[in-house]
Design a protein around this ligand. Structure first.
Ligand code: F6R
Length: 274
């Protein structure tokens, strides 16, 4: 097996891991995070929110409670935050993170970072967030979900592949997707601060989780389709180390499923996860 300077397979690009159901897929993602954290207690962890990630955080909390997974030295940076919501707002991503993870593990609150969607000067806030990530030495492992329009973070269609943290207007598809959390489309904020596509793919490793049949089409576009700013997740094809974990339903439209299964069953990297 070829190895690069980091002692891993030479530039594998995207690897797709297919798990039988959403629970198994989320458990695997949590185990990857746990292993990275055990290998580097000072891990800089990029975090995502959304329905899909709730199960990952439940597993991480379980690993903390049952196996003493230690978060005390790690730092986190979330992908995004709505513009105009206070941290205490039940729909803010700060609130989501406190509820699903931060309050339930031994992370130092001072080491948890989200963009401030209430900042008076949003442009300055975006610059501050980028500089902060840089000051922490960049992101080691970035967790990602994928929106129905193919976004990662809130990088909606036509987000420049080299974009940095900035304010983005949400598409009608995203507004519709997130409306159930707000009790109606009219209540969803129209803008969010999001890490850019360029910011995200600078992370040393990316780990995307997608489950459910509603994501099958967009997963196939992102993984096997052309790299295009119309599907910002397709940019991950340029990343040297990106794992895409899906359940059978989200894998349904992938053409090379057998090949992906073979890789997972045979590559030494995945030995401890089978
Ligand atoms: C949220 C985020 C989004 C979500 C995506 C999937 O921080 O970055 O890209 O990951 O919209 O959301 P769910 O899991 O709710 O389908």
């Amino acid at each position: 097996m070829l190895a690069n300077g980091c002692g891993r397979r030479f530039n594998p690009g995207i690897e797709v891991i297919i798990q039988p159901n959403p629970e198994a897929a989320a458990a695997l993602v949590a185990r990857v995070v746990a292993r990275e954290l055990q290998g580097n207690p000072h891990l800089v962890l990029g975090l995502a929110t959304g329905k899909t990630m709730e199960c990952v955080y439940r597993h991480l909390v379980g690993l903390h409670q049952e196996q003493h997974l230690d978060f005390s030295l790690c730092s986190t940076f979330n992908l995004d935050e709505y513009v105009g919501l206070l941290p205490a707002d039940p729909n803010s991503y700060r609130h989501y993170m406190e509820h699903h993870l931060f309050r339930r593990v031994n992370i130092d609150p001072r080491n948890t970072h989200l963009p401030n969607g209430m900042a008076e000067d949003l442009t300055a806030e975006c610059k501050r967030y980028e500089a902060l990530i840089h000051r922490f030495g960049g992101i080691d492992l970035q967790l990602l979900g994928i929106g129905k329009a193919g976004h990662i973070g809130f990088n909606e269609p036509l987000s420049a592949l080299r974009s940095r943290t900035r304010v983005k207007a949400l598409t009608p598809t995203t507004i519709k997707q997130n409306a159930p959390f707000f009790g109606g489309e009219d209540k969803v904020p129209r803008r969010a601060i999001t890490m850019g596509v360029g910011t995200i793919i600078e992370a040393r490793r990316c780990l995307l989780l997608a489950t459910g049949e509603a994501k099958a089409g967009v997963v196939a576009q992102a993984v096997e389709g052309p790299i295009t700013s119309m599907v910002s997740a397709s940019t991950l094809q340029l990343h040297p180390h990106c794992s895409v974990v899906v359940d059978e339903a989200a894998a349904a439209q992938l053409r090379e499923k057998d090949y992906y299964r073979w890789i997972f069953e045979n590559e030494p990297e995945w030995e401890g996860y089978r």
